[in-house]
Design a protein. Structure first.
Length: 182
């Protein structure tokens, strides 16, 4: 599903719940959900929607969503809209520090070289297309509509070298659930 902003998110969650129910073979089968990075938002929203049917949610490498505040992904999308393709690649390079080609393209290439590399490299062109869809022109949850306090235990795993999801930042999840947080 393709869409941008907050409006299409509820429909996206409807589609996920429908696919989960189809795969589970029932609408009452207990579930465990996993969400990694950008996938933490849909996992959290599905858990909120399905309530006690979800027995636990595992979140990896993503800070907490907070009620009545835009998600980090929404803020990132706004930043990328202001900055352009080079900012997208700089951010992506920052989370993949060992990718020499990405770093050189994002940080060291002149404007002409940057444009040449993007247009002549299928890999770079395809990667930018995916990044524009997933991060810049993305959809994200409405913090007043799509998530809130839920009776689902959450376990969050924080990679310590990722400044965006340090343990204290992940602990904010404790405010979005009604049971245990690990």
């Amino acid at each position: 599903m393709i869409g941008e902003g907050r409006e299409p998110w509820a429909t996206y969650i409807d589609l996920l719940v429908g696919e989960i129910n189809k795969a589970a073979g029932a609408t009452d089968r207990p579930l465990i959900l996993f969400g990694h990075s950008r996938g933490a938002a849909p996992a959290t929203c599905v858990a909120y929607r399905l309530g006690t049917r979800v027995k636990k949610v595992y979140i990896v490498a993503c800070g907490a969503m907070k009620a009545q505040e835009p998600t980090g992904w929404e803020l990132l999308s706004q930043r990328f809209k202001e900055g352009g393709d080079r900012d997208l690649l700089k951010w992506f390079s920052s989370i993949q520090p060992d990718n020499l080609l990405l770093r050189r393209t994002a940080f060291e290439a002149s404007l002409r070289e940057f444009e040449e590399q993007i247009t002549s490299s299928k890999m770079m062109s395809d990667m930018l297309h995916v990044m524009r869809t997933q991060y810049r022109d993305a959809m994200f949850p409405d913090p007043d509509r799509d998530f809130g306090c839920m009776p689902v235990p959450i376990m969050a795993v924080s990679p310590l070298q990722d400044e965006a999801c340090q343990p204290d930042h992940c602990e904010a999840r404790a405010r979005t659930r009604g049971t245990s947080y690990q």
